[in-house]
Design a binder for this molecule. Structure first.
Ligand SMILES: *Cc1c(COP(=O)(O)O)cnc(C)c1O
Ligand SMILES: [Zn+2]
Length: 437
């Protein structure tokens, strides 16, 4: 079969097709806050801040570099209860709060005593990102991408997506009053389609799979000027939004890092950025330097990163996804190799679980903690359980697991598992017969 790597939505695009969002945008002073440039993760070459995402020297992915000012916990705590309290650490202007956006973040960090007891973990926390404005962690990254799109003078805010990203882009674009176009595969789950279409009249369902949708997005980005595709041509800015998960967890623990953290992996961006956030907090003296361990979670039906981890190889072999965890179904993850680096450096691991384990974990989290997670969160919780059983995660150490999305978006995953215990006539006798009294 074709050796072509699967090209998917969260993938860095082919740099040969790169075209500026706008040619020579007139950047205003401080458009990207304390960011100083875009540095290549592979060769370190630095590009000026702008609509670039691939290194012109080696095609490596670009990452935002900063010169941070001295920053105190008090200054951060005085900020708003959303991701902009960390605006000094993000590539956004100082007046970011004055531009309409969905104000994501500062979601709950819940002590999960019941689940912890069931799994034998002494101190377990769930970072619950299902309560973001469009019910997934994607609102964080999209808020940062929206700022970049605005500063770069883009006229269209767009993305290829499997669902959560489309929801977040459509909602943020609506609030910003920007023209918004979101591209999805036409066979996407119905709730995710409605959750996008309600915010935009330009939801485009593409006949084909996710790979086809992404290729189309790259073609549009190459042909049209003024289109900001959040996960393609403004990806370096988009990706920085995931750092806020790490900042929040540390702040909510009382300015401390957890000992262990379990994070789902699709493109791998979120995991690598939470690690980046922890290292920045240490560097800035906002938390005490201490070792922490990062674990990655994938679904068996799309586990290119855990497969590479277990095989002990440094290269990711693309796969064709086949799993109910559709929001994690990226067969050729752009940041997969960096996930391997983080797991190895911190003494962690990358593990995968079956779809049945994902379904069981969704129900277990719901029944122990009252949190309804989507399949991505089910993957994370099932991997957490597996890591404890395998002795890879230390149950005596403080552990955080991230719930990245809401279960109402993937109802079908558990609709066979749960339902009415009985359907009865409206009489006490019938109720008694159901065995509940
Ligand atoms: C996109 C997504 C992820 C993973 O994000 P990456 O940064 O691409 O690894 C995890 N959970 C949910 C619910 C998502 O939508
Ligand atoms: Zn380079």
């Amino acid at each position: 079969m074709s050796p072509q790597p699967t090209s998917v939505a969260d993938e860095a695009a082919d740099p040969t097709t790169e075209k500026a969002v706008t040619q020579d945008p007139q950047l205003r002073e401080g458009a990207f806050g304390n960011a100083t440039g875009l540095s290549c993760r592979e060769c370190g070459a630095v590009q000026p801040l702008g609509p670039s995402y691939a290194c012109p020297e080696c095609f490596g992915p670009l990452e935002v570099a900063y010169s941070f000012p001295a920053l105190t916990r008090d200054e951060i705590e005085a900020g708003p209860n959303n991701i902009w309290r960390y605006k000094a650490l993000l590539p956004v202007p100082a007046d970011i709060e004055s531009s309409p956006n969905t104000e994501p973040g500062f979601t709950r960090l819940l002590r999960a005593e019941n689940l912890g007891r069931e799994l034998g973990i002494d101190t377990l926390w769930v970072k619950d990102d299902s309560t973001n404005p469009t019910n997934s962690f994607k609102d964080r990254v999209v808020a940062c991408a929206l700022s970049a799109a605005r500063e770069l003078g883009a006229s269209v805010f767009a993305c290829p997506s499997t669902g959560n990203l489309a929801n977040a882009v459509a909602a943020a674009g609506a609030r910003a009053g920007m023209r918004t176009v979101v591209l999805i595969p036409s066979n996407l789950e119905h709730p995710k389609q409605v959750n996008s279409a309600v915010f935009t009249d330009s939801l485009i369902a593409v006949d084909g799979n996710y790979d086809d949708v992404n290729k189309l997005a790259q073609e549009i980005a190459a042909e049209e000027e003024g289109w900001a595709f959040v996960n393609v041509n403004v990806r370096p800015f988009y990706a920085e939004g995931s750092k806020t998960l790490g900042y929040e967890i540390a702040e909510q623990l009382g300015w401390r890092l957890p000992d262990q953290i379990v994070i789902p992996v699709a493109s791998g961006s979120q995991l690598t950025k939470v690690d980046k956030a922890f290292r920045e907090l240490i560097e800035l003296g906002l938390v005490e330097d201490k070792p922490y361990t990062v674990f990655g979670a994938q679904a068996e039906g799309c586990s290119p990163v855990s497969t590479a981890y277990k095989a002990g190889v440094d290269a990711i072999r693309p796969v064709k996804p086949d799993t109910i965890a559709k929001s994690l179904a990226i067969g050729n993850p752009a940041d997969g190799i960096y996930v391997l680096d983080v797991a190895k450096r911190t003494g962690g691991a990358v593990e995968d679980v079956t779809d049945d384990e994902v379904r069981a974990a969704i129900v277990k989290l719901a029944r122990t903690e009252g949190i309804f997670t989507e399949t991505a969160g089910g993957t994370t919780m099932a991997v957490l359980e597996k890591l404890v059983a395998a002795g890879l995660l230390d149950p005596t150490k403080e552990t955080v697991a991230i719930n990245t999305g809401h279960g109402l978006k993937t109802l079908d995953a558990v609709s066979d598992q749960v339902g009415p215990r009985a359907t009865i006539k409206a009489s006490y006798d019938a109720f008694a017969e159901a065995g509940l009294v």
